[in-house]
Structure formats: structure tokens, C-alpha cells
Design a binder for this molecule. Structure first.
Ligand code: G3P
Length: 218
């Protein structure tokens, strides 16, 4: 399973990249706004800055909602760097745009996915990645991990090549459960990645090893 970080914060991207386990980055308009990245040129430059930090796919989301707008915007984003993946919302014109990008060899990430039906549409259109939002489903009492399982089963039976990218991840358990459910990629905040490190027995064991070494060696 590939690890992407879900942020537009350059410091966090660098920190995750230094762990040596980062495969890419996902962003969205909310994450860009959170970092104060506004204005057309600044947004494009920010994507380029991210691509210069991480050697992996970087999802850049279109903000148009009509086919023509999404195509123009997506082609401009894809031209920024070979690692840019155009993120497109799961709406009617979005599926049309994904199909267009697929034919042109532009890679896509279909976002705002909340059902298996939507997952089938995105795969049929040839999306490179599919982003089911598991945290937002859990927030509203639907089971996000169950959706990942169902999509993984459907994609396997049908032989769809679209990669399942578990998104809207809230914690380390979401990462583990996504891996178990068959996600190809997980995108998560740095806090969730760091949560994977935590186990009290590791800390207790290390303290004991160091104490024993000190006792024996002075
Ligand atoms: O980037 C899409 C997704 O990961 C958003 O997550 O936390 O806003 O539900 P969240």
C-alpha cells in the first residue's frame, strides 16, 4: 500500500518525506486555503513546490464544475509537472472529464466518492485513483472501511485497474484497516502516520535496553 500525505503544508510534506516512506501527496481546495495559498499563480507555484519535494504523484484538484472548465484547468495542471495527477469531483461532468483525460493519457484522481456505484463509474471512465472519503462516512455513521472492502471486491472481480486511495483518514487505525480492506493507497494527515509508530511496549523496551547497557558499561 502506498502512503500519500493529505496536506498542502510544505513543512509537513518535508517531514513525512524524510521518513523515507512517502509515495505522494494529495491536496484539495480546502487544504490550499488552510495554508493561505490564494490566487491562480500562487496555487500553480505551490503545486510545483510540492512536486520538487516529493518524488511521487501529487494530486491537484480542479475547481471548475463544468466539462469544458475542468478540461482546460486539468490540462494546465497536468502540464505543470509529470507527477501531477488531476483531481476531479465525482459529478456527471467530472466523469466525462476523467474519460477525456484518460484518452489523452492524463492521470486522474476521482474525489468525493461515497458509494460503490460511484466507484464503478470512475473505474469505467479510467480514473487512475479513486478517493472514497472514509472519515466523512464514519462521521455520519456509515462504515468507511466497509466501503473500501466492497470496492476492493468489485474491482477485483471486474478486473478494474483504478487504484483505491483511502481518503479522509482520521487516525492510525484507519490506515491499518484500509490496508486490511485492500486499499492500494492511503492518504492521511501527518498525525495519523506518526500514530503508527506508537506503542508503549516499544518505549518501555527501549528504555530497558539502554538502562541495561548503561549498567553493564558504566
Ligand atoms: O483530500 C480529501 C480528503 O482526504 C479530505 O479529508 O479530513 O477533510 O474529510 P477530510
Amino acid at each position: 500500500m502506498k502512503f500519500f500525505i493529505d496536506t498542502a503544508n510544505l513543512d509537513q510534506i518535508r517531514e513525512a518525506n524524510e521518513l523515507g516512506i512517502l509515495d505522494g501527496v494529495t491536496t484539495n481546495p480546502s487544504l490550499m486555503a488552510k495554508e493561505g495559498i490564494t490566487g491562480h499563480d500562487n496555487v500553480l507555484n505551490h503545486y510545483k513546490a510540492i512536486c520538487n519535494i516529493v518524488n511521487g504523484d501529487v494530486s491537484a484538484e480542479v475547481i471548475s464544475t463544468d466539462f469544458k472548465g475542468m478540461v482546460e484547468e486539468g490540462e494546465r495542471l497536468a502540464g505543470l509537472h509529470p507527477n501531477i495527477v488531476v483531481k476531479v469531483p465525482m459529478i456527471v461532468d467530472g466523469v466525462k472529464a476523467i474519460s477525456h483525460f484518460t484518452q489523452k493519457g492524463i492521470r486522474t484522481n476521482c474525489t468525493l466518492v461515497f458509494s460503490s456505484g460511484q466507484a464503478i463509474l470512475a473505474a469505467k471512465a479510467g480514473a487512475t485513483y479513486l478517493s472514497p472519503f472514509i472519515g466523512r462516512l464514519d462521521d455520519s455513521s456509515w462504515d468507511g472501511i466497509e466501503l473500501i472492502q466492497q470496492i476492493a471486491e468489485i474491482y477485483s472481480i471486474q478486473g478494474y485497474e483504478t487504484q483505491i486511495l483511502a481518503a479522509s483518514v482520521r487516525n492510525a487505525l484507519h490506515i491499518v484497516k484500509s490496508a486490511q480492506a485492500g486499499a492500494d493507497v492511503v492518504t492521511c494527515p501527518l498525525s495519523a502516520i506518526m500514530g503508527l509508530f506508537k506503542h508503549p511496549l516499544t518505549d518501555i523496551g527501549l528504555a530497558q535496553f539502554l538502562a541495561d547497557h548503561k549498567k553493564a558499561n558504566g
